[in-house]
Design a protein around this ligand. Structure first.
Ligand code: ADP
Ligand code: MG
Length: 157
């Protein structure tokens, strides 16, 4: 369920999330709309993934992504949230986020404390940075998907 669909290409608008305070933790996550989430393969595993992301026509950056259960829908629908490993000057709600998911890190976990959660995410970020420097992942940074408005918008193996 996790690797079978990779690499996975996806493009969609950034919407308001559930205000879980990701930004306050220093780890803002750009949420995709329900419609975009519904377009994901229904059997894709929840958990933490990594890949490349680009806002509008901006630069392509490393990212970590969580596919999780959406508390707003009583955990019957998924949510897809991208933390881009880059410091942005401003928020980008309403902009088009393009991503390619290239690898999987781990399943979802519950943490005993906020500190444990934050350090797990920091480890995920370090793991993503390392993996994305490997040729098989690095090559997707240059994919045509990223700087072409008419580029492919569906998953393409
Ligand atoms: P929400 O609950 O609305 O998703 P977050 O606290 O998760 O709020 O913050 C997400 C928002 O922060 C994104 O929609 C985006 O506009 C902004 N943002 C700023 N920097 C980043 C980044 N590096 N990665 C993801 N989102 C970012
Ligand atoms: Mg968020």
């Amino acid at each position: 369920g996790a690797m079978r669909h990779l690499p996975y290409f996806c493009r969609g608008e950034v919407v308001k999330g559930f205000g879980r305070g990701s930004k306050e933790l220093g780890i803002p996550t750009a949420n995709f709309s329900e419609q975009v989430v519904e377009s994901f393969p229904s059997d894709i595993s929840t958990g933490i993934y990594y890949g490349w992301a680009c806002v509008g026509n901006g630069d392509v950056h490393k990212m970590v992504l969580s596919i999780g259960w959406n508390p707003f829908y009583k955990n019957i629908k998924k949510s897809v949230e991208t933390h881009i490993i880059h410091t942005f000057k401003e928020d980008f709600y309403g902009e088009i986020l393009s991503i390619v998911i290239t690898g999987y890190i781990r399943p979802e976990k519950n943490f005993d404390s906020l500190d444990a959660l934050i350090s797990a995410i920091q480890e995920d970020i370090e793991e993503a940075k390392r993996q994305l420097d490997l040729p098989e992942h690095l090559k997707l940074k240059e994919d045509n998907f990223f700087h072409r408005p008419e580029g492919k918008t569906v998953n393409n193996h």
